[in-house]
Design a binder for this molecule. Structure first.
Ligand code: NAP
Length: 282
């Protein structure tokens, strides 16, 4: 029986076991996927010894993604570029790491907006410059969006992100101070909230979407609640919206495929299962 895990600290709120457990059942695979709480001081030891403990691999979440990137034997170019690993597996006796958030975000945009959506976007505005913002920027660079604007409350963090990712593709990448947000909104065909604003218990991300071009798309990677105040405001303004849950579901696909040998599908049933859990109905 193949065993996989999600490791983090804390870990009890992770929805990953629900996602992978659903797929194990759906595809009739004898396997398991469990939560493991590991404190930062013990993560290095965990990373080296998970194969001995019988695991084929697993997911890594906050606060271990950067340590995982430094600690693996081999990492993909994508993980190297982001300095963060969220998926581990064994290959030829070595521990490998990848970052699947990038593919999770773009796969969800493809599914929500239809293939080729990127051709209609000249400028994307990324709000926030944390770990998730890096994956979003990398995904949009991969899709060749000509102009990427990164705006963050703490400008030096946006500048650092731009320095780190600037050379990875043809997109122009620019850091902006928070005060420039309206000017940026006026030109952006895609707006992505990557901050924690709008999460349950946090203030909303309050943008003046009246300035946005008609036909703009507003995406939020926050998924608790699923319909954030930002997405509600975008709908009210008549803009297309993309919620954060699809990214979570799609980022899980490559790991499952590596560990269990089947490429799983993100289905409406899976989505409904996680929505029920988020809404406390399961
Ligand atoms: P992080 O590295 O801690 O970054 C947090 C970001 O939010 C920073 O840019 C921070 O700005 C900004 N922020 C926090 N409070 C703010 C405030 N009051 N006003 C303005 N900006 C504020 O976190 P992360 O890992 O990038 O995650 C960010 C969010 O994305 C979380 O809600 C997380 O749950 C979600 N997420 C979703 C998925 C998914 O699959 N859908 C995947 C990953 C993350 P400063 O730099 O100024 O502090």
């Amino acid at each position: 029986m193949k065993k996989a895990f999600v490791v983090g600290h804390p870990i009890k709120h992770s929805r990953s076991p629900l996602i992978h457990g659903h797929w194990l059942k759906q595809y009739g695979i004898e396997g398991s996927y469990e939560r493991i709480d590991v404190a930062p001081a013990d993560f290095g030891e965990f990373l080296k010894t998970f194969p001995e403990r019988g695991f084929v691999g697993g997911n890594v979440t906050i606060p271990h993604k950067e340590a995982a990137c430094l600690g693996v034997d081999r990492r993909t170019k994508r993980a190297e570029r982001l300095g963060a690993v969220n998926t581990l597996w064994r290959e030829d006796g070595l521990i490998w790491g990848d970052n699947t958030d990038v593919l999770g975000f773009t796969a969800h945009l493809d599914r929500s907006l239809g293939q080729g959506w990127e051709e209609a976007v000249d400028t994307a505005l990324i709000v926030g410059a944390g770990g998730a913002a890096r994956a979003i920027v990398a995904g949009l660079q991969d899709r060749g969006i000509p102009r990427l604007l990164v705006i963050n409350r703490t400008l030096p963090k946006a500048e650092e992100l731009v320095r780190d990712l600037r050379d990875d593709g043809p997109s122009s990448l620019q850091a902006l101070p928070w005060g420039d947000i309206d000017a940026a909104l006026a030109t952006a065909g895609l707006v992505v909230n990557t901050t924690s604003l709008g999460m349950a218990g946090q203030p909303p991300l309050d943008l003046d979407l009246g300035i946005s071009p008609d036909g703009a798309v507003v995406a939020d990677i926050v998924y608790v609640p699923l319909r954030t105040p930002l997405l509600a405001a975008a709908e009210a303004r008549g803009l297309r919206t993309v919620d954060g849950l699809g990214m979570l579901l799609h980022q899980a696909v490559p790991g499952f495929a590596r560990w269990f040998g089947v490429t799983p599908e993100v289905t409406p049933e899976l989505r409904a299962l996680i929505v029920a859990d988020l809404e406390g109905r399961s």
